[in-house]
Design a protein around this ligand. Structure first.
Ligand SMILES: Nc1nc2c(ncn2[C@@H]2O[C@H](COP(=O)(O)OP(=O)(O)O)[C@@H](O)[C@H]2O)c(=O)[nH]1
Ligand SMILES: [Mg+2]
Length: 232
């Protein structure tokens, strides 16, 4: 029986959106108990104050702070270490992804049809991609993943990766930065773990609004995909 979901929120300088996203996460009605694990990756803005206020309002928040900036992957791994849920999902601290989608993502896991669900921004109706390089970069990285790992998937880089705790632990994650996404996907595919993809909505923010991933992370992603394909 699955009883609890741990929602891991890596945060770096997101003072404008952290309150709103945590409110949304708490609003969504799920058939599991929710644990929210916020990992502040040494933000230099007002994120820390905002999280402290949130903690007073929502008792289901666990809060951890890195003493220096290590990256999204490191923050996710810190969150994992402290999670007690049977199911794990990652939620960015901006507003690009909508937590209402958790309902759809959770369904096949609760029905024991799969242990891993990816929310795909590129399946079904396209919404919210508005930086062409970002859109084509995502298409390219996903295409490359499918070729290298002989399995068709549609969105390697999605933040909405929902997995049972058992599966995440088996992956033995090592990445520090945005290379965490290709690492997770590569290891799942390499270990022949089934991934169910469900279309989700997406609302891409601009760099001005705080988007942090860039084309350089795309290069690192290619390197990471090759690395796990060729070595362990
Ligand atoms: N912990 C941590 N999170 C980061 C870092 N850089 C970005 N993030 C978080 O990762 C999430 C995704 O960043 P974003 O730039 O929107 O990229 P995308 O959503 O993957 O395209 C956001 O919640 C950021 O706050 C970092 O250095 N450390
Ligand atoms: Mg984002």
């Amino acid at each position: 029986m699955k009883k609890k979901i741990s929602i891991i929120v890596p945060v770096y300088n997101e003072e404008k959106t952290i309150e709103e996203i945590i409110k949304k996460v708490n609003q969504v009605q799920l058939p599991l108990e929710k644990e929210i694990i916020i990992v502040n990756d040494a933000s230099e803005d007002n994120t820390q104050e905002k999280i402290k206020n949130l903690k007073k309002i929502y008792p289901n928040i666990k809060y951890f702070v890195h003493r220096k900036n290590f990256g999204k992957g490191a923050a996710i791994r810190t969150g994992l270490k402290h999670s007690s849920g049977d199911v794990i999902v990652i939620q960015d601290a901006d507003l690009e992804y909508n937590p209402e989608e958790f309902k759809k993502l959770l369904k096949p896991i609760l029905e024991n049809k799969t242990e891993v669900v990816f929310g795909s921004r590129l399946l079904g109706k396209l919404t919210g991609f508005n930086i062409p390089l970002h859109y084509y970069g995502n298409k390219l990285l996903t295409f490359l993943t499918s070729i290298l790992y002989h399995k068709k998937i549609t969105d390697m880089e999605t933040c909405y990766k929902m997995m049972t705790k058992k599966v995440v632990e088996s992956l033995n994650l090592k990445s520090y930065r945005f290379d965490i996404e290709p690492e997770i996907t590569a290891k799942l595919l390499k270990n022949k773990i089934k991934i169910v993809e469900i279309p989700i909505s997406y609302d891409c923010r601009s760099f001005k609004e705080g988007k942090k991933i860039t084309w350089k992370d795309g290069i690192v992603a290619i390197y990471t995909l090759l690395k796990y394909r060729l070595f362990n």
